[in-house]
Design a protein around this ligand. Structure first.
Ligand code: URA
Length: 209
């Protein structure tokens, strides 16, 4: 079973409270989603392996650790996942960025892929799948399947707010994918919105509605 890692650092909690507030406008919302993503990147990369290299300080030679040849791919789920990319890139600037678009078919209610562009060497990369809201878990599970069908073997899912239903769905569909979260909320409402949540993350990021 995959791990659920709740990142409840005070800075993250504080910023999540502000983005939940309906009076927070798009500019501030975007800035805060970026900042929270940067803080989450710090934890998501915690298990990256290190190797010692030899360097020379102004005083002496020494061996000192650097990250050991990690290739990372960031994959936002369109469109709200885009809001998390720049914050992650601040800490992982060499990462390549792929994109996955899925929508829910109104009749079957099943997720349908409408866009997918991934780095060529996806099987060699540690992939970080980004979506601010883990609601039903349908889009995230579909995106994970798309990544796996493209050869990915190492995937982490990073979301800001999750409903218990979404966590359960992803854990069942992808027991090898750890889930990093900033908050776990109560439930979904009848429209599959997270309660209390923050509303529609895409609309709030891009000022649409
Ligand atoms: N997507 C959102 O943007 N918000 C929710 O609450 C659920 C899904």
């Amino acid at each position: 079973m995959s791990k659920v890692i709740l990142l409840d650092h005070p800075l993250i909690k504080h910023k999540i409270t502000i983005i939940r507030d309906k009076n927070t406008g798009s500019k501030e919302f975007r800035e805060l989603v970026k900042e929270i993503s940067t803080l989450m990147a710090y934890e998501v990369t915690r298990d990256f392996p290190l190797e010692n290299i030899e360097i020379e300080t102004p005083i002496t030679k020494m061996k000192s650790p650097v990250i050991s040849g990690k290739k990372v791919g960031l994959v936002p789920i369109l469109r709200a996942g885009l809001g998390m990319v720049d914050g992650m890139l601040d800490l992982i600037p060499a990462a390549k960025v792929g994109h996955i678009g899925v929508y829910r078919d109104p009749e079957t209610l099943k997720p349908v892929e409408y866009y997918c562009k991934l780095p060529q060497d996806v099987s060699e990369r540690d992939l970080i799948l980004l979506d601010p809201m883990l609601a039903t878990g349908g889009s995230a599970s579909a995106a994970i399947e798309i990544l796996k069908n493209s050869g990915a073997t190492n995937i982490k899912l990073v979301c800001l707010i999750a409903a218990p239903e979404g966590i359960e769905t992803v854990q069942k569909a992808a027991p090898d994918v750890d889930i990093y979260l900033a908050a776990i909320d109560e439930r979904l409402n009848e429209h599959a919105y997270i309660v209390p949540g923050l509303g529609d993350a895409g609309d709030r990021l891009f000022g649409t509605k």
